[in-house]
Design a protein around this ligand. Structure first.
Ligand SMILES: NC(=O)c1ccc[n+]([C@@H]2O[C@H](COP(=O)([O-])OP(=O)(O)OC[C@H]3O[C@@H](n4cnc5c(N)ncnc54)[C@H](OP(=O)(O)O)[C@@H]3O)[C@@H](O)[C@H]2O)c1
Length: 219
């Protein structure tokens, strides 16, 4: 498989990148981001990009891919709805529309979160915005699209969150999170499990388009 990865410098994306680089069935990974990953591997290629609503200048480099793992995302904490909607809905759909046009055989995997609101009308702002993003992604003409809704994600293998308060929680609660991962798979997964599950659904498919934490851990 040839894979495009967004958000490769983030906590989830670093985990997905690690698993992609380790997987012998993945021929190449193209990381598209505003900052470099710092990785040096023969099968890792990178495009530094600035406007995440417009890919017209790099379109020729975005064809011939089998899967896109879209791990770019922000926390809604302290953010106005308009800004959160732009960074979540506008940015994700801009990339997905371009990629579905250029790669109709592509499988697109998007990370939202547990509690995402498919009705788009609930009380929680972040959940409504993620719900609309999921719903509109599922309408695009990809070969298949999968929405990953993890609850907590424990970073493994030295991976760090870009968000300071998230990182502080994960460091402080590490022993508890490992225990939760074993006894409550509905609440906790790991960066390794998320990465491996994305690769597996891209390769083999899955009976459901929306995957909760249990589905991710089962894969
Ligand atoms: N962490 C969790 O426990 C958890 C749980 C459930 C769901 N999720 C979801 O997973 C997704 C990723 O979360 P994360 O924890 O990996 O976040 P993170 O560590 O903060 O990383 C965010 C990633 O998105 C990129 N990004 C953020 N704003 C950007 C912008 N304006 N333009 C371009 N790139 C931008 C960052 O790039 P830079 O390196 O350039 O900043 C980074 O690669 C989010 O949608 C989040 O809601 C996370």
């Amino acid at each position: 498989m040839k894979v495009i990865l967004f958000g490769a410098t983030g906590m989830v994306g670093q985990g997905v990148l690690r698993e992609c680089l380790l997987d012998p069935g993945i021929e190449s990974v193209l990381a598209i981001g505003r900052s470099p990953t710092g990785g040096r591997q023969p099968k890792l290629h990178e495009i530094l990009h600035q406007d995440f609503t417009d890919y017209s200048d790099i379109e020729p480099q975005l064809t011939g891919y089998d899967a896109c793992f879209f791990c770019l995302g922000v926390s809604s904490v302290g953010m106005a709805e308009e800004r959160y909607r732009h960074l979540t809905y506008d940015v994700t759909l801009a990339a997905a529309k371009t990629l579905s046009r250029l790669n109709p055989q592509m499988v697109f995997v998007y990370v939202t979160g547990r509690g995402t609101d498919s009705t788009e009308h609930g009380r929680l702002m972040w959940a409504r915005v993620k719900g609309k993003t999921e719903n509109d992604l599922l309408k695009l003409p990809f070969k298949a699209a999968y929405m990953f809704r993890p609850a907590g994600i424990q970073p493994l293998h030295g991976i760090r969150s870009k968000t300071a308060w998230v990182q502080a929680i994960y460091v402080g609660a590490a022993p508890l999170l490992s225990l939760l991962n074993r006894v409550a798979p509905a609440c906790m997964t790991t960066t390794e499990q998320v990465g491996r599950a994305m690769i597996k659904v891209a390769r083999e498919g899955y009976p459901k388009a929306v995957l909760e934490s249990e589905d991710i851990n089962r894969l």
